[in-house]
Design a protein. Structure first.
Length: 220
């Protein structure tokens, strides 16, 4: 089983436990799955799988984002929504996508059969680099990671950009910006820092002076 499928299975288990004793079905698009059985008031389907960027954690990692729609229908949909939303909220790896961050198609999908919401599932997919790549990628500043950089990602109007991926090249860890664009990432002590920043699936390399914190990264 692939890592994406395994991550989806883990989410289905969390949702099924929260929905019990009501049944949950996964709609894979097959003709049989399209027709909901009367005893399965919760329908789950994979909505999208997108590339967020790349990071390093014990080797190179491709960071993906799996979006999964969850729909509740029938007389108990309010109670089911309450239990399912709470289960997702209490699970540290998942996040409910706000309506403002959904595409028009996603908004239509989660409400097509009743009440619904969209879950974001991060997937980190390790891979092997070509033989010449490690030397190039590990030639970052040799200073040890010794501090955490607080910063804010803003657009051309100085408005914070939420839910963006920020990775300092001098560290193996990454972070996501909050609702106001603020973030905190581990980094080396170097004043000049180089970041990989991804917004809505578009990734760019950005450099910034991190002598005075918080550092401001502009997405232009």
């Amino acid at each position: 089983m692939g890592l994406v499928r395994s991550s989806l299975s883990d989410l289905l288990l969390v949702l099924a436990e929260a929905a019990a004793p009501q049944r949950l079905r996964f709609d894979d698009g097959s003709p049989v799955a399209v027709v909901p059985p009367p005893d399965a008031p919760v329908t789950v389907r994979a909505s999208s799988l997108t590339r967020v960027g790349r990071s390093r954690h014990n080797g190179p990692v491709l960071d993906l984002e799996l979006r999964v729609s969850v729909q509740c229908h029938g007389p108990q949909q309010l109670d089911l929504m309450e239990r399912l939303l709470l289960a997702v909220e209490l699970h540290g790896d998942y996040a409910v996508v706000s309506k403002g961050d959904m595409t028009r198609a996603e908004q239509s999908d989660v409400s097509s059969q009743g009440l619904g919401f969209l879950v974001c599932v991060p997937v980190s997919l390790g891979f092997d680099e070509p033989s010449e790549a490690p030397e190039r990628l590990t030639s970052a500043p040799s200073s040890s990671t010794g501090r955490r950089i607080q910063g804010r990602l803003v657009d051309v109007h100085n408005k914070g950009i939420p839910d963006a991926y920020i990775h300092a090249h001098s560290s193996a860890s990454a972070a996501r910006s909050d609702a106001t664009g603020h973030f905190e990432v581990p980094a080396s002590m170097d004043e000049l820092q180089h970041f990989a920043v991804a917004v809505d699936g578009t990734e760019r390399e950005v450099s910034a002076i991190a002598g005075d914190l918080p550092v401001v990264i502009r997405w232009v």
